[in-house]
Design a protein around this ligand. Sequence first.
Ligand code: C2O
Length: 593
Amino acid sequence: MHGCTTAAVIFFFFMTAFPACAAVVEHTFVVSHMNMTHLCKETRVMVVNGQLPGPAIEVTEGDSVVVHVVNKSPYNMTIHWHGVKQQLNCWADGVPMITQRPILPNNNFTYRFDVSGQEGTLWWHAHVPLIRATVHGILIIRPGHGAVSYPFPKPHKEIPIIIGEWWSEDIAQVDTTVSYNSASTINGKLGDLYNCSGAMEQGYMMEVEPGEIYLLRVINAALLSEYYLKIAGHKFTVVAADANYVSPYTTDIIAIAPGQTFDALVVADASPGRYYMVALPNQPPKPDFQSPVLPSRGILQYSNVAGGSQSGDVPMSPEMPDNHNNMLSFYFHGNLTNLHHPRHQPVPERIDERIFITLGLGSVCRNGRQSCKRGDNSLESLIVATMNSMSFLLPNVSTALLEARYYNTSNMDWLQELPDVPPRVFNFTDHSLIPAGPKEEKLEPSSRAALARRFRYGAVVEVVFQSTALMQSDSNPMHLHGHNMFVLAQGHGNYDMARDLARYNLVNPPVVNTVLVPRLGWVAVRFVADNPGIWYMHCHYEFHLTMGMVALFIVEDGQTTNTSLPSPPADIQAYGNANNLMPDKYYLQNEER
Ligand code: C2O
């Protein structure tokens, strides 16, 4: 309270508004089971403080956050602060066995981190397979202490819109490679497209005053799908992506992939009435496997509508695109540019490392064999998700990697370097590779290892992610912990440097923590490895993640203490162990560790 108080007092005499000082925002998160009934079925769900979505954390840029996690669940737990930069604070990143040992059942752990240099919408979620379906919530960062404010008209109200899924089974018992959610949700509500023996499920209701401006903070917390969001009769003006401002972009549709967040203004300028808000999951067309189409519907309602929510008129519906239309997502993401803002760094011009990473499925032989029968139903092989034909698998370690590395207690020779290029070059986006069949079989063979890549402190890294058609043609929302990425360009088909360098936006590319690599396409990003630690880099589709589409980005310390990872918080070694790390079902994919 030292310098800040003095500065504030002096400031007070010159300004009418008293500038607040950086505060400590403290929460206690009790993780436990709760029974909820939807679709005529009572289901056991894991939640924080009995809420779904979990509690919101609201801070002002520059604040410190303290969260005491009390694990009353039967599973080992960690919470990840998705998108929080955690500068020199990798210890608080919340990835089990990478940055910390997990919090055992009936144990507590306190996360401490500062939120600085970022404003907008981020979120938090369990970083344990599947359980994040219901253990998640919003993290709102408002502009700085002092005079700074939003670079757009001040909204009348701010409204979180958290898109999620409802699973009618205990999620921890589910195998996501074969199971699906039962509904989509907006702020935990299924909406009136679902019913239990004729009784409509409740939907999310957003009340607006005519003429006012609303700031929607949209999060895709779903495990499985990218979503299209529309509100009948209204437009969005997107103003931020992943807690970085973008140039205002007006659109009637938001495309949002798991892990992404968008802030968008909505003006209540339609004729007073009721309007449906629809979140529709999208998916690749056949021959990709088709999952049931399960949108969620909420209602935007004007406060002065006669009869209010009792009013009998049917709300107006937005015209939704076909759920196979992925071009709208491609355009949406392609139309985003960075806003000129004092907080924003220029794109680094120098490139120290270039990495080309193919994303897709593959297979490994069971029982450590070198060769085996592959293909859809082969019992001799196991399907895995890969980067450059390698699938992430952590050996059984008893200390978190970051801790082992800091104290030099393990040589970690078993880390396998993520190569610059894939081992096989082929037509990555050849449609005829999509269904599992003889054609792609020779491209399937993959290996499993603790995939990692080391970067010198300050290195500028350019990564081109290439989605492939191997057995499926999903997009891939790639999330990098501890860093933001400049999104320089995206395209359909195979990346071709000679042609595509010319398409790079080096002037005002959007800056994100989760980049959507389009289906059968590529995206080029650049980031500065300026945050020492071990950072997870992975696909935010749950099944890709649990099947191994992960690599560790290890950033070395710099020359000074200001550029080196400090010692861990005192309590880091006091909890957790590596046994019983995940719900048992997790091992369905990892049975041969
Ligand atoms: Cu939001 Cu490593 O994840």
